[in-house]
Design a protein around this ligand. Structure first.
Ligand SMILES: [Zn+2]
Length: 445
């Protein structure tokens, strides 16, 4: 596909105008001149691959903005089943009286359509890849394979008996199976990570062993960290004064790249720990507000040089995969909570939603429009009243754009959403199956 005569977002978050060509899943050309006017010899001389065929689609860019797709750094896709079911409760009551009993009734047959529905929603709003922590991992992997989206999947690990080692948990065999079957499959679209649900739901014995397994397999990890104040403070009481970040580091858990969700109650020394160990913070501002967990110190973490990405979290605590809403919150709310209107700039918020998320997922050839990168892109319709005048497209993107302005989402050069159509997903079917599954579970509780 050739995006022709189109405004596009550059790596330094300015807007340029010209042509962006995609061949074989990668960006083959970015520039002011129309590359189709070059002869075959001129293309070779300029280092541009030959055109696949004369039929390559020319996408008319008038009134459109092309930008990197969004990387959702923290999600629980099958929790689409719980959308609207557990509302206005504390984290403790939300988990114990609503979420855990409901989750006991989910199985692979229910998780597959729910994951497909979540993926359809993510693609609709320009998400090209998501980091997902949950159960029913074969069903989730199949949904990723079938839909064409990218994902870093990990199988949830909770273990309350301090004496049971990782090797004796069902997770060990599941993790080994997932890594052997799916890690870096589909041309690296699908990656597997190892999970520790959180400090308070696992033992040091297990944390240490999972950290070692991540080293042995060469895979990344995904955890929840310092989401609530009680979690943060009780960890200090349980583990000789160590914060959750210090606790995980002391057990060797951060030797592989890690995505730590929330990090609301982290402190200055924790940010140094993150920076030292290349831990990405997946901030989930909507979820943190909904569960009254607090406001993460995002401005301070950014100032400390921490890689901060952005997550939607699960649909029981957000309740939308419209990541433009999370982008808006990230760009807005820390000005209020920090009492400083200069913090978290639109460029920082956009980086969190794009390149920082791609880095967290170790997708180093993704997240930016440049030659050689994978073509993970979205197109916004900017010929709408709320994006005018366009004197600062960057400010418009952070504060004015709507997720529903997305008109095209492309992953590895394949169009997975365009103008109300999902070529790889039967949205009506998966929505109906998800609704039926939810009603069935509620009736059985
Ligand atoms: Zn979560």
């Amino acid at each position: 596909m050739l995006f022709a005569d189109i405004d596009y977002l550059t790596g330094d978050f300015s807007v340029a105008h010209g042509f962006v060509e995609v061949i074989d899943g990668r960006i083959s050309y970015v520039g002011e001149a129309d590359p189709t006017l070059l002869s075959a010899e001129e293309r070779v001389a300029a280092g541009i691959p030959a055109l696949e065929s004369a039929g390559t689609e020319r996408y008319a860019g008038y009134g459109k903005l092309l930008m990197p797709g969004l990387y959702n750094a923290h999600a629980h896709a099958p929790m689409t089943l719980l959308r609207g079911y557990a509302e206005n409760l504390s984290l403790h009551d939300w988990l114990n009286t609503r979420v855990f009993p409901f989750e006991d009734k989910i199985d692979d047959q229910k998780a597959y359509p729910a994951t497909m529905l979540a993926i359809a929603e993510m693609l609709r709003f320009g998400i090209v890849s998501f980091s997902d922590m949950y159960f029913f991992s074969d069903a989730r992997a199949q949904a990723v394979i079938d839909s064409g989206i990218k994902a870093n999947i990990c199988h949830g690990l909770l273990s309350f008996d301090p004496n049971v080692p990782y090797a004796q948990l069902p997770n060990k065999a599941i993790d080994d199976h997932l890594i052997a079957s799916y890690h870096n499959s589909c041309d690296s679209r699908l990656k597997i990570e190892l999970c520790i649900h959180a400090e308070y739901t696992t033992s040091p014995l297990v944390v240490e062993a999972v950290g070692q397994a991540a080293v042995d397999h060469g895979v990344s990890t995904h955890i929840h960290l310092s989401e609530s104040r009680s979690e943060h403070e009780e960890c200090r009481q349980r583990h000789g004064g160590k914060s959750p970040a210090e606790y995980f580091e002391s057990l060797g858990f951060f030797r592989q790249p890690c995505t730590a969700a929330h990090c609301v109650w982290t402190e200055p020394q924790d940010w140094q720990t993150f920076k030292r160990n290349q831990v990405t913070v997946a901030s989930c501002p909507a979820s943190n507000m909904k569960l009254a967990s607090g406001f993460a110190p995002v401005p301070q973490m950014l100032a400390a040089g921490v890689n901060v990405a952005l997550g939607t979290d699960g649909m029981a605590s957000n309740n939308s995969h419209n990541m433009f809403r999370d982008l808006y919150l990230l760009a807005l709310l820390y000005k209020g909570s920090a009492g400083d209107p200069t913090v978290v700039t639109p460029a920082q918020a956009l980086a969190a939603a794009t390149s920082n998320g791609a880095f967290a997922q170790r997708r180093l050839d993704c997240g930016e429009i440049k030659v050689g990168n994978r073509a993970d892109l979205l197109v916004l319709d900017v010929d709408v009243p709320w994006m005018q005048p366009a004197i600062s497209p960057l400010n418009n993107l952070a504060f004015s754009a709507q997720g529903s302005d997305v008109v095209l989402t492309m992953v590895d050069g394949k169009v997975l959403y365009r103008d109300g159509v999902w070529p790889t997903i039967d949205v009506e079917k998966v929505a109906r199956e998800t609704s039926e599954a939810t009603r069935g579970i509620i009736a059985s509780l």
